[in-house]
Design a protein around this ligand. Sequence first.
Ligand code: NIG
Ligand code: FE
Length: 412
Amino acid sequence: MKNKVIIKDASEIVTCSGFEAKKGKEMQDIAVIYDGAIIIEDGIIKDIGISKEILKDINEDEYEIISAKGRAVLPGFVDSHTHFVFGGYRAEEFSWRLKGDSYMSIMERGGGIINSVESTRKATEEELYTLGQERLDSMIKFGITTVEGKSGYGLDIDTELKQLKVMERLNKDHAVDVVSTFLGAHATPKEYKGRTDDYVKFIINEVLPKVKDKAKFCDVFCEKNVFSIEQSREILKSAKSLGMKIKLHADEIVQLGGAELAGELGATSADHLLQASDKGIKDMAKAGTVATLLPCTAFSLKESFARGREMIDNGCAVALATDLNPGSCFTNSIPLMFALACLQMNLSIEESITALTINGAAALDRADEIGSLDVGKKADIIMLKYPSYKFIPYNIGMNTVDMVIKDGRVVI
Ligand code: NIG
Ligand code: FE
């Protein structure tokens, strides 16, 4: 039997309508329908509009009816940058940072990412799978229906493949859709200490050919004392030539020119960007690279926030993501992210919503399928406890999501 659902009488349906990234001023346009309804069949949106108009010729008895009276309805959130599959924790490092240690100094002493590499190498596939499931269970409560996850806590072939395998299994088994990214160039592993160029060669010659069909994206942590612009360019170009899409951690701590590199290579997204230069911002806008901002990380590291307002004013497509990871930012809190985007980066509520829906989808190269409520797209939908989307950041740090519908089925 067909799975047929109608959501009706919504005080607002925030459609975020569109099939590609919204740039600059377009980010303000979230295309709200008042007194709206959505008709869903087999997990796909069949019609959307004003309740009275689109339901007039429909026999509602054939459908499961969900009343959205007094509620706002939005597309499921797309969290396009996380590192959610990892073993172990780094609470100790967090306490050191509070005492004045910096993220990079901990990394240079052999802690940081390498610390998580040790625990992730030790963890079994089943252990990582169970942890991954728990983390996805938590994300979906905040309305996240698609998440990107990165490898990069293996830095050897077996563990990188183990992380990617876990994400592939979770994508099949869990309601949340998981998009995988290979981040072998996350740090130089102990075995290659002092020989980063050799590690880059190893990634290009031995790892990329083995992971190219197991991850949609290749990402690099392009940062001073991690991977240089030249090393990042080499890896990303090789990944591209193997048919992968590319992303990079760019200009997070030091202004290296990562945003410019993203523009030059036509990266799908450049992420973090706390220190992106004026030219980098223009290059991303010109290349159509999504500028993915991770304000919870800036907050957690006590760094200054990325210049999100200026990026939008310069015509960039900005996305927002949580960056959930065991080190720099251990949170999947969408409410915290909204608070920081609106109150610290001066994005409007509408721009923030665009950033976490259609632009998040564009950052995963999936804006044709998810990220908005349009006919033909997946019925990944959230309903708030409140009548308007404006309650999202107004409820500071509190979850306003009351119902989550994934592929047309109520899951929360
Ligand atoms: O996006 N900056 C590099 N990578 C992650 C942090 C990873 C970690 O510290 O484990 C990030 O912040
Ligand atoms: Fe990251």
